[in-house]
Design a protein around this ligand. Structure first.
Ligand code: FEO
Length: 671
């Protein structure tokens, strides 16, 4: 068994590693499982690695040769013996066109079994995944090679920014690329499929394997003929001598095209995005659970919680198909092996809790291989989930009538992303949907998909209005390629719909759960009056804040409590910058009145407001008595709020004589 890492040169500190302690949970000692066979010592500055000693012979798995191997070596962490790998001299950097910064790129290989190798692309400094997902510790894109007795399979590739490194590394694992028989595409987002086109240039006879939706997407990405094999649940690939690769579709985890693969001989499960983490370390496995945990849970919160029902369905399917999730080869972050039982259990527990806690259900109908329907529908879903609703994602191109009837029957809200005009099967499903809705009892949101042939949304909405469904707002329009602002609009519209469905019950619950005396006493805790502003790309937002308090001297830091269903919350992830504008005692009314308005989704909160950008771009208001430019350091989950701890980076006072505004209440049941 060997391990290999291809490393980038040490760059000048282009980024600051950020603390992300808020969600961490220290696990008991007995959970720190150490199952390793031998130690590989890695020289951080050279490509050499040497086997030092057979430290322990505790087997990771069974005696079968193909069962997962495990080894141990010096890792990033002092407390754990971690599998890391050998460093190779190749190195590269990627320049972010948005800010000109250089991001370190590195690849790494490790033999998981005698014939299965992981190629990890380490994107050390990536700081964001879509608008809502700030990254603290970069990410990895994991690709796998299985050399069966008769067939060689590549499972997923890497992001195209890794082209040179990945192709060199792949060549070191599979010397003759033409021997690759199959390329399994678990999911077509470009972080996994971005280099399939390049691999096909070296292996033109390879057959690409994926779900029907996946291969339809891939046609658009590759844009030339290639051999394809559409697979569905229960299908297998024969790899030789009885060994099989089994396929388990896992739609909505987190895209409709997603599927898992399972090697019946090695018992490795390949799950792409599911069970992953945006957490870039040299550690191949999940040895250091306390450090991994905040990233694992945050990833679940952002990507999987909106699909909690689909998570439970996928887990049930795995159980029914005899798929063991003991070594889980993820698409991002460490492979789960040491703590897989606990981490898979967390997915189950969190998904069950999300469904139990749900105060309403929303069915989101989209068309998987059409325009931006999938991405935009995910944004709406994310917005809905912020309000304690559960979401059922339904792909109109693959669902059946029974599923539509079931999901609509459970829902109090319906979201419909405009389907393509010219598809008869989908139009039939729209007919089923119209027949299944409950007039007078459900709210609906209709949105464009920007697919080029969208069924016009206004007439579509009228069809539902005529049968008694009330729109949560006018149909959302998307008339150019979606930007950060578009995704923000869709997310906010989802949040508005969710709030509409849950508001009454939440108020009732709050009143019942709160002791009147305690609420009155807590209401005597005073606050200030501030406007928080944040900007990212074309998305910008603002909110009135009063739960703000200094929290540290060194560095100068403070906390702000932000309700989980606030739009600005997405722009205040760890590492994000924002501005805290302090209002004056004599001049708080006008800005407070303006920013307390209920803005429609996507509305420009700054229209008619005098402001100038801070160095981070976020608005400094002309009405502010002083401002602080801040960076988010950590977030603590406080049930219905995030408590966001930030460091003050810069600031200024415009009016030295003005007193800052105070905020007094008599009861703690409102802000
Ligand atoms: Fe990791 Fe959905 O791509």
């Amino acid at each position: 068994m060997t391990t290999t890492t291809t490393t980038a040169r040490a760059f000048a500190a282009t980024t600051t590693r950020r603390c992300f302690s808020s969600l961490s949970s220290r696990r008991p000692e007995h959970h720190r499982r150490r199952r390793f066979q031998k130690t590989i010592v890695v020289s951080k500055s050279s490509s050499e690695s040497t086997e030092e000693t057979a430290a322990t012979t505790t087997p990771t798995t069974t005696a079968a040769d193909q069962r997962p191997l495990s080894s141990s070596s010096d890792g990033d962490d002092d407390d754990y013996d971690c599998v890391v790998g050998r460093l190779l001299p190749n190195e590269t950097a990627w320049t972010n066109p948005a800010n000109g910064e250089e991001y370190r790129l590195q690849t790494q290989t490790h033999e998981l079994t005698r014939d299965t190798t992981v190629i990890r692309s380490l994107d050390w400094d990536r700081d964001r995944f879509d608008i809502e997902f700030g990254l603290e510790k970069g990410t990895t894109y994991n690709s796998y090679v299985i050399k069966g007795k008769e067939k060689t399979v590549l499972i997923d590739t890497s992001h195209e920014k890794f082209e040179q490194l990945y192709m060199e590394t792949l060549a070191s694992v599979v010397e003759d690329a033409e021997t690759i028989d199959y390329i399994v595409c678990s999911h077509t987002e470009p972080d996994h499929s971005g280099l399939i086109k390049r691999v096909l240039e070296r292996a033109p006879d390879a057959t690409v394997v994926g779900t029907k939706v996946c291969l339809a997407f891939l046609d658009n990405l590759v844009q030339k003929e290639f051999k394809k094999l559409v697979v569905k649940g229960g299908d297998v690939l024969e790899l030789g001598e009885g060994r099989q690769l089994k396929f388990i579709p896992a739609p909505n985890l987190h895209w409709p095209d997603t599927m898992f693969s399972y090697d019946t001989e090695s018992e490795l499960a390949f799950t792409c995005d599911a069970f992953g983490a945006h957490y870039c370390t040299k550690n191949v496995f999940d040895e250091d659970l306390p450090k991994l945990m905040p990233h694992f849970s945050f990833y679940y919160e952002c990507l999987m919680k909106p699909n909690a029902r689909s998570v439970l369905t996928a887990l049930r399917k795995c159980e029914a198909d005899g798929v063991k999730l003991s070594t889980v080869c993820t698409g991002h972050g460490p492979i789960l092996q040491r703590n897989s039982e606990e981490l898979i259990g967390d997915y189950k527990k969190w998904s069950e809790k999300a469904l139990e806690k749900a105060k309403a259900s929303v069915a989101v109908f989209y068309t998987a291989d059409y325009g931006f329907s999938d991405r935009l529908s995910q944004s709406v879903a994310r917005g809905v989930v912020k309000t304690d609703c559960e979401v059922a994602m339904v792909d109109l191109s693959t669902c059946d009538a029974q599923q539509i009837v079931e999901d609509v029957g459970r829902a109090s809200g319906i979201v419909l992303l405009a389907p393509p005009n010219a598809n008869e099967d989908i139009q039939d499903n729209i007919g089923v949907l119209i027949g299944a809705v409950k007039p007078g009892k459900q709210k609906i949101l209709v949105c464009e998909s920007y697919g080029g042939d969208d069924e016009p949304v206004d007439p579509l909405m009228r069809k539902f209005a005529e049968i008694g469904l009330q729109e949560s707002q006018s149909p959302l329009k998307c008339q150019s390629t979606p930007t950060e602002g578009t995704y923000q609009l869709y997310e906010e519209a989802g949040t508005d719909l969710g709030q509409l469905l849950t508001q009454k019950e939440k108020l009732k619950e709050m009143k019942l759960s709160m002791s009147a005396d305690v609420a009155r006493a807590l209401g005597r805790v005073s606050g200030g009056l501030y406007i928080v502003t944040a900007l990212q790309g074309t998305a910008k937002s603002a909110m009135v804040a009063s739960w703000v308090a200094q929290a540290s001297f060194e560095p100068l830091g403070f906390t702000i409590a932000v309700a989980k269903d606030r739009a600005i919350e997405s722009l205040m992830q760890v590492g994000d910058s924002f501005v805290l504008n302090c209002l004056s005692e004599d001049g708080f009314e006008a800005p407070m009145k303006h920013f307390l308005k209920r803005f429609p989704p996507g509305a420009d909160r700054f229209e008619g407001v005098d402001w100038k950008p801070a160095s981070c771009g976020s608005p400094i208001l002309a009405d502010a008595v002083s401002y602080l430019e801040c960076k988010v350091v950590s977030r603590m989950d406080a049930n219905d709020h995030w408590v966001i701890y930030s460091e003050a980076i810069d600031g200024g006072v415009f009016n030295k004589d003005a007193k800052t505004a105070s905020h007094f209440r008599k009861v703690a049941t409102y802000y």
